[in-house]
Design a protein around this ligand. Sequence first.
Ligand code: NAD
Length: 501
Amino acid sequence: MSTQSLPTVGHWINGANVESNSGRTSPVYDPALGIVTKNLALANQDEINAAVASAQAAFPAWSNLSLAKRQTVLFRFRELLNERKGELAEIITAEHGKVVSDALGEISRGQEVVEFACGLSHHLKGEYSEQVSSGIDVYSTRQPLGVVGIISPFNFPAMVPMWFFPIAIAAGNTVVLKPSEKDPTAAIWMAELWKEAGLPDGVFTVLNGDKEAVDGLLTHPDVKALSFVGSTPIAQYVYATGTANGKRVQALGGAKNHMLVLPDADLDLVADSAINAGFGSAGERCMAISVIVAVEPVADELIQKITERMTGLVTGDGRRSCDMGPLVTEQHRDKVASYIDIAAADGATVVVDGRGVTPDGDANGFWLGPTLLDNVPTSSRVYTEEIFGPVLSVVRVKSFGDGVDLINSGAFGNGTAIFTNDGGAARRFQNEIQVGMVGINVPLPVPVATFSFGGWKDSLFGDTKAHGAEGVRFYTQVKAITSRWLDPSHGGINLGFPEND
Ligand code: NAD
């Protein structure tokens, strides 16, 4: 099918839609229909420069505006978002494929960060020490950095940018967001909402593009900091390149999240949780559970309960009342499906094979039904690699200790969960596990906005997580002021390094 007559999504620069003249585009699909619905402009160097220049020009006025006035805009943005989130959810479903209720859920979790940022004045308070030396007071302020970049993945086109931009903007920075090529329209919609909320032009920019746009931000001298979320190899690259170019970088990477099930756990709760956390959003969540570590003898009974529940799941078009949508692209669907063959070849048992699913949707959609694998060898690529689809693996272990050792031996450290009724075991787990976000009888332990989101090991490069107090620290720099208001008793020449007296 010719895609030339389709609309092209451009950039949002200086408070307006801007068409691209780069001559390069990439297709945007409706994954439930399996067709291209629009083209996406991919920025060239001139467009990267124009985006950063407009953000740089907006910085002095925005950062000097009173905190009260900046927060008024944040409050308006929050109200508009809350009123109109249904529109945004439809956009997300049409480009990502997740079901509408799930899209609304991601917007609500992003809105939490907007609400956190509405109260940012509390977090921007400095410190003050009086009379640290005779007649001398020291105090600190937090000031914005300037132009900051956000590079986001396809799987949360609204929530992940909202982990960052509300705090960056409230703190007085200006933002250039580079969304995923796969679902860029949510970012443009949010830019229009900012304008309606009264945000001055240039404070929020959307630069669409691919590696060229990312590299442009990573090397641009006027970009002071970058927040990245995506796969581990790109996170590593962004961290290394950004820091080598003198920027502050936080780069959140991939995941392989395990759920440890102890024999005393409530297996109905575990089965429900495994289904929700394994197959929600078709497993395309960085906090999705992908491995169930069953401490024997629970595995057989648990697998039976999970399998019973899987038969009731409806995979289909996210606009209908289905449980799970398609995968984001045909290529990604094929890659995820290929792990089922790898599992079988490596000796795992394919308990439920999602390739045979009958979708409630167009036959051309990028479908793969929920899949369950048992006895997955930990040497298999199915176990060691991030699959990022509706494929749940079961690994059987003999003891709590074996389960903890297995989880701690992995390369990733994003999220994990333990299911048990034993408080002592749960407490030991939270203490010993080498993972950044831990759930106790909670399968998707995504911290609320007042805390910070981020993993350990290969799931995060940098030393600051997203939102909460760490987000505020990332987007501000501390200035310490030492002040003396002279009284007549001071003075005189002393070339030595000042000592306190
Ligand atoms: P991705 O790494 O392919 O893309 C992420 C971003 O990087 C996109 O904006 C993309 O345009 C850009 N990019 C891609 N290739 C690039 C390259 N070679 N050079 C420079 N930039 C490049 O990730 P994705 O497929 O969009 O998202 C899924 C991944 O994101 C999964 O690995 C998932 O675990 C991860 N993720 C992590 C978190 C977290 O909080 N740790 C949250 C959401 C998603």
